[in-house]
Design a protein around this ligand. Structure first.
Ligand SMILES: Nc1ncnc2c1ncn2[C@@H]1O[C@H](COP(=O)(O)OP(=O)(O)O)[C@@H](O)[C@H]1O
Ligand SMILES: [Mg+2]
Length: 260
C-alpha cells in the first residue's frame, strides 16, 4: 500500500517545503521508494531538490492542463530522479493558473488523484508539498492523501485561526471526498531551544480542536543550516548528515513508519 502524505498548512513560511524534502530524503535513507510532489507554483521544493522551476519541462502543470482540457495525462513523463535517490514531480510558475482553471473542471477535487493512479503503486510513500492556501490545489492534495502533516511554528499556534487547515480536512471528510483522511500529526518547526512547552501546546490544541491529534515527539529546532541547504539544492540529510536538523527529520520519518 502506498502511503500518500500531504504536507499542508494555510500559512507560508512555516516549514512545509523543508519538511517535505527532508522527509523524502529520510524515508529514502530508510530504503523506501519515495516520490515528492511539488504542488506549489512557487516551485520551492523543485528548487530545493536541485532543479530549476523556470526551466524544467514537463512538470505537474502539464498533467493538470491535459486533464483540464479533457485528455488523459501521463504524469510519469514529468517524474525526475533527484541526486539523493527520491523521485520528484516538479512544479512551474504557471501552476498558479490551474487553481482558477479547476473551478470549471469536472470532478475538480479529484484531478490529482486521477493523475496519480498510474504511478502511485511504484512508491512506498508519496509526499505532497502544498501551497500556502486552502484553495483547490490543496483540496486536491487532501482528497488523494491518506494522511496530513501540519507543520507549524510554536509561536503561531496561539494565533486566531492558526489551524484553519483542520477545518478543510474536516470538510474533505464530511463531503465524502476522502472520508478516511487521517492526521499524521502536527510538527513543531523552527522551535527555539527554550520552547519546551509541548505539553501546554498539546493541551491547548486538545482544548480547541478535540483530542486525538498527534504532535510528533520530534521537534524541529531553528537552524540557519536549513536555509543553507535549500540554497545548495540539497536536503539537510545530504548537507549536514550528522547535524541536529538531519537527526530531527530522521526521527520524524521513524515516527511515521512506526506509527507512533
Ligand atoms: N527549522 C528551521 N529553522 C530555520 N529556518 C528554517 C527551518 N525550517 C525551514 N526554514 C527556512 O524558513 C523558510 C521557510 O520554510 P519553508 O519550508 O519554505 O516554508 P513553507 O513551505 O511553509 O513556506 C525557508 O527559507 C527555510 O529554509
Ligand atoms: Mg513551501
Amino acid at each position: 500500500m502506498t502511503r500518500i502524505i500531504a504536507v499542508a498548512m494555510q500559512k507560508g513560511g512555516v516549514g512545509k517545503t523543508t519538511t517535505a524534502i527532508n522527509l523524502a530524503a529520510a524515508l529514502t535513507e530508510l530504503g523506501q521508494r519515495v516520490l515528492a510532489i511539488d504542488l506549489d507554483p512557487q516551485g520551492n521544493l523543485t528548487q530545493h531538490a536541485g532543479f530549476d522551476p523556470d526551466q524544467i519541462s514537463p512538470t505537474i502543470y502539464d498533467a493538470f492542463k491535459a486533464e483540464m482540457d479533457g485528455y488523459e495525462s501521463d504524469v510519469s513523463q514529468a517524474i525526475y530522479e533527484s541526486d539523493e535517490g527520491f523521485h520528484l514531480l516538479p512544479s512551474q510558475p504557471e501552476l498558479s493558473l490551474i487553481e482558477l482553471g479547476l473551478i470549471n473542471t469536472l470532478s475538480r477535487e479529484r484531478v490529482l488523484a486521477t493523475m496519480l493512479e498510474n504511478v502511485a503503486a511504484d512508491y512506498d510513500t508519496i509526499l505532497i508539498d502544498c501551497n500556502p492556501s486552502l484553495g483547490l490545489l490543496v483540496i486536491n492534495a487532501l482528497t488523494v492523501a491518506s494522511s496530513v502533516i501540519i507543520p507549524i511554528q510554536t509561536e503561531y499556534l496561539a494565533a486566531r485561526g492558526a489551524l484553519m487547515i483542520l477545518k478543510s480536512i474536516e470538510t474533505v471528510r464530511r463531503k465524502k471526498l476522502n472520508p478516511g483522511l487521517a492526521i499524521e500529526g502536527i510538527l513543531l518547526t523552527m522551535a527555539d531551544t527554550r520552547t519546551t512547552l509541548t505539553r501546554d501546546i498539546l493541551a491547548a490544541i486538545e482544548n480547541q480542536y478535540g483530542n486525538g491529534i498527534r504532535i510528533f515527539d520530534a521537534i524541529i529546532k531553528r537552524s540557519v543550516r536549513f536555509a543553507e541547504s535549500a540554497v545548495a539544492g540539497q536536503s539537510i540529510l545530504a548537507y549536514e548528515p550528522k547535524g541536529r536538523g538531519a537527526e530531527a527529520y530522521r526521527q520524524v520519518a521513524q515516527e511515521i513508519v512506526t506509527g507512533g
